[in-house]
Design a protein around this ligand. Structure first.
Ligand code: 9WN
Length: 420
C-alpha cells in the first residue's frame, strides 16, 4: 500500500515538474511557482532526487526582489488560466511575480535538506542561499515590523497561505470590496465554488492588490497604507522556526555577524509570540494591528507555536488539550479551524479542511514537544486520507472527502516525507 502510494506521489511530482520549478497542480488551477509550495515540495524531491530539491529552492530565490522580499508567486510560463496573473499584478523588476510574500518556510526546508544529505553535498548550496535567506528575514523585520514589536504583519490574506481562514474575517470585512471580480475568476472553473473563497472575499483580495499596485509595491509605503494588517501567530511561528534554522545555517558557514543579527530576531519574536498567549482563552491570539484588537478566532495557526518552539507544550499544556478536543470532534486529523464553532466549514478551503502541509508542521512540532503519540496519530490519518481519497489539495476532516485541486504537488511531497 505504502509503496503504491509513494510511487504515485513520485509520478505526481514528475508530472508537475516544469524543469526548474514545480507547479502546485497540472490542472491549470495554479499555473505558476508558489513560494511555500515550492519549499514544501522540495521536501518531497529530497526523498528521491536531491539535486532537483535544491533546484526548486534556488529557482525561487532567483525571483527574490532587490529589497529582499521573496514573492508569493513567480510566473514562468503561460499564466492565462489564473486570476490575477502577471499582467494584473504588474509587480517586481521583471513584472513576472506577485507583489506580496508568503510564509517563510525556506530556511527550515534548507536545514532539512542539509540534515538529509550531509555537509559535503549541502555546503555549496547553503553558501549560496543563506545570505538570500538572511536578506528575506531582514526584510520582514524592517518592512513588516517597522516599530520593532517582534511580530511581523501580513498585509493580505494570501500572504498567510491560509487565505479565507475565519481569523481574517473581521479585518477583511473592513476592506473596501471595490468592483466585483466574480466574472474574472478562473479558480471556480477548476474547483467547486462551494469549496473556494466567496465572491465577497475575492473582491477584497483583488482590491488590496490594486491598492498595492498603485503604490508600486514599495515596502516603505505599504505597511502604513494597507487596509488589512494582521500580526498572525501562525505566520510568526513559521518565521520563528525559520529564524532558528537560519541561525543554524549561518553558523555552519561561519557568518558570525549574521548569527548575531538572527539571534536578535529570535529573542524579540520569542517574547512577542509568548505575549500573544491568552490565559483565559487557552490559545494564542493573533492581533489586528490597525485596530489593536486581539482576534478571538481559533485557527490552526494558533497551534503552530508548537512547531516554532519545543517548550510550548510544557509552558502551555492547555494548548495540547485544545488540540485533543479538536480531534475528538472530527474523524480525521487535523481540521484547519476549531470544529463546533459557527465559522467552521469542513469543506471550504481554510475554514475547516485538512491540509497535509500544516499536519506535517504539527507532527514535527509535537515530536519536539514530547508528544510523539499525537504526532503518530496525525501521521497515520494523513497517509490514510490520501490512500482513500487521492492526492487532493485538501480534505474534509469529518468525512475524508478529497477537495479542491487534484494531483497536488505538496500533498504528494508530504506523503513521501511522512511515509519515508
Ligand atoms: C493564492 C498554491 C496556493 C497555496 C495557498 C492556497 C492557494 C492561492 C489561490 O493556493 O492560494 O495564493 O489562488 O487560492 O491557499 O496556501 O500556496 O497551492
Amino acid at each position: 500500500m505504502t509503496t503504491d502510494l509513494t510511487e504515485a506521489a513520485i509520478a505526481i511530482l514528475r508530472a508537475n515538474d516544469r524543469g526548474d520549478h514545480t507547479v502546485p497542480t497540472s490542472s491549470g488551477l495554479y499555473p505558476a511557482q508558489w513560494n511555500w509550495d515550492s519549499c514544501l515540495v522540495a521536501l518531497g524531491f529530497a526523498e528521491f532526487d536531491p539535486d532537483r530539491a535544491w533546484t526548486e529552492i534556488e529557482t525561487l530565490f532567483d525571483g527574490q526582489w532587490p529589497d529582499g522580499m521573496v514573492p508569493h508567486i513567480l510566473f514562468h510560463g503561460d499564466d492565462s488560466s489564473y486570476f490575477p496573473n502577471a499582467a494584473i499584478w504588474q509587480a517586481g523588476p521583471g513584472q513576472r511575480s506577485s507583489g506580496i510574500t508568503q510564509p517563510p518556510v525556506a530556511a527550515t526546508i534548507i536545514r532539512h535538506l542539509f540534515e538529509r544529505f550531509g555537509v559535503q553535498r549541502s555546503r555549496p548550496h547553503i553558501r549560496l542561499l543563506a545570505p538570500k535567506l538572511l536578506a528575506w528575514h531582514r526584510w520582514f523585520y524592517t518592512a513588516r515590523d517597522p516599530d520593532g514589536t517582534g511580530l511581523v504583519a501580513i498585509l493580505h490574506p494570501w500572504e498567510s497561505g491560509m487565505d479565507n481562514s475565519p481569523v481574517w474575517d473581521a479585518a477583511l470585512a473592513a476592506v473596501e470590496p471595490g468592483p466585483s471580480v466574480a466574472h474574472l475568476r478562473r479558480d471556480t472553473a477548476f474547483a467547486d465554488a462551494a469549496v473556494r473563497p466567496t465572491a465577497a472575499e475575492y473582491d477584497r483580495y483583488i482590491n488590496l492588490v490594486l491598492a498595492f499596485r498603485a503604490e508600486g509595491y514599495r515596502a516603505d509605503r505599504l505597511y502604513g497604507m494597507a487596509p488589512f494588517r494582521v500580526a498572525d501567530v501562525g505566520f510568526n511561528a513559521m518565521l520563528q522556526r525559520a529564524n532558528r534554522d537560519l541561525r543554524f545555517l549561518l553558523d555552519m558557514i561561519d557568518d558570525t555577524a549574521g548569527v548575531a543579527e538572527v539571534d536578535r530576531m529570535i529573542s524579540n519574536t520569542r517574547a512577542a509570540l509568548e505575549a500573544r498567549w491568552d490565559q483565559a482563552e487557552g490559545f494564542y491570539l493573533s492581533v489586528d494591528t490597525r485596530t489593536g484588537q486581539a482576534i478571538r478566532q481559533p485557527g490552526i495557526g494558533g497551534l503552530l507555536p508548537l512547531y516554532a518552539d519545543p517548550m510550548t507544550a510544557s509552558r502551555h499544556p492547555a494548548l495540547i488539550t485544545r488540540l485533543e478536543r479538536w480531534l475528538d470532534q472530527v474523524e480525521i486529523a487535523v481540521p484547519s479551524f476549531e470544529p463546533g464553532r459557527p465559522e467552521f466549514e469542513p469543506r471550504r478551503y481554510w475554514r475547516g479542511p485538512i491540509w497535509l502541509v500544516v499536519n506535517w508542521m504539527l507532527i514535527d512540532g509535537l515530536k519536539r514537544n514530547g508528544r510523539p503519540d499525537l504526532a503518530r496519530r496525525i501521521r497515520r490519518d494523513s497517509l490514510a486520507v490520501v490512500a482513500r481519497s487521492g492526492f487532493r489539495e485538501y480534505f474534509d476532516p469529518t468525512t475524508g472527502e478529497g477537495l479542491g485541486g487534484t494531483d497536488f504537488s505538496w500533498t504528494a511531497a508530504m506523503v513521501l516525507l511522512l511515509a519515508g
